[in-house]
Design a protein around this ligand. Sequence first.
Ligand SMILES: Cc1cc2nc3c(=O)[nH]c(=O)nc-3n(C[C@H](O)[C@H](O)[C@H](O)COP(=O)(O)OP(=O)(O)OC[C@H]3O[C@@H](n4cnc5c(N)ncnc54)[C@H](O)[C@@H]3O)c2cc1C
Length: 267
Amino acid sequence: MRIAVLVKYVPDINAERKFADCRVVRDPAEGTLNELDENALEAALRLVEALPDDEREASEVVALTVAPATGDIALRKAFQMGVDRGVRVSDDVLAGSDYFGTTAALAAAVRRLASEAPVDLVITGMAALDGLGSVVPALLAAELGRPALTFAKSVSLTDGTLEITRETDEATETLSAPLPAVLSVADTANTPRFPNFKLIMAARSKQIEEWTAADLGLDAATVGAAGARTETTQAAPRPEKPEVELVQDKGSGGRALAEYLIRNELV
Ligand SMILES: Cc1cc2nc3c(=O)[nH]c(=O)nc-3n(C[C@H](O)[C@H](O)[C@H](O)COP(=O)(O)OP(=O)(O)OC[C@H]3O[C@@H](n4cnc5c(N)ncnc54)[C@H](O)[C@@H]3O)c2cc1C
């Protein structure tokens, strides 16, 4: 079985976010693997580990990212967890890609992987913590003409059929589709493993393959800022949080609360 896991480098969500020309500044020192993609990696590794010995040995898990060189941080983490290969798609023409451009590049990379040998499954996280679009998995499935099983809480594979459950506000849904398919996993799907020492050391020297837009036959007019169908018209840092007023309740807490609400015209 061959699985491509999509991993994204994202700025540290706890660090201060900076913008330039309406784009997030991606500082290598402050970034990390998108935490939700660790669930995707874990799902892939578990599916392979559950295979009979001969199939497991013939399997390959490839971590794939569309990013500048900072994307290697995400790929190194994927190696630490146990993937076999890491591929980064980088090209100046990709800068400014919106959802559609990013998806076009990811789809082209999956197609190139599939030209080597069939790719049975593409696994993604449920969202990238910087963009929070949650649209790439469905767009990618449409682009590749594959079924999309999204927001999986549980995943199982039997005789080439993938089955997932997912929680909605009203119900637990069970969906299934034959491979090849695109799967996105929820953060409740599993607990990602801690890398062991051996894999951490090995990850340092693993080779990362670099593919350009031209390698993938991407038309520069359909990706990057040139091909973006959406435009960010304004980006501003979130306003500072107002200072919190702490009132100690020594018997007059109710009055203090009422006064606060009146003073701030909240009633
Ligand atoms: C006008 C515009 C310009 C933009 N310019 C830039 C820019 O210059 N640089 C930039 O980095 N972003 C840019 N972005 C943001 C970028 O388009 C999105 O981050 C990207 O489309 C993915 O969307 P998302 O982050 O919401 O991912 P989601 O849909 O939330 O991601 C879901 C899952 O898809 C996978 N995935 C998503 N993106 C990638 C990726 N790149 N590589 C591998 N796997 C991935 C991950 O598994 C992830 O968990 C721009 C967006 C717009 C609208």
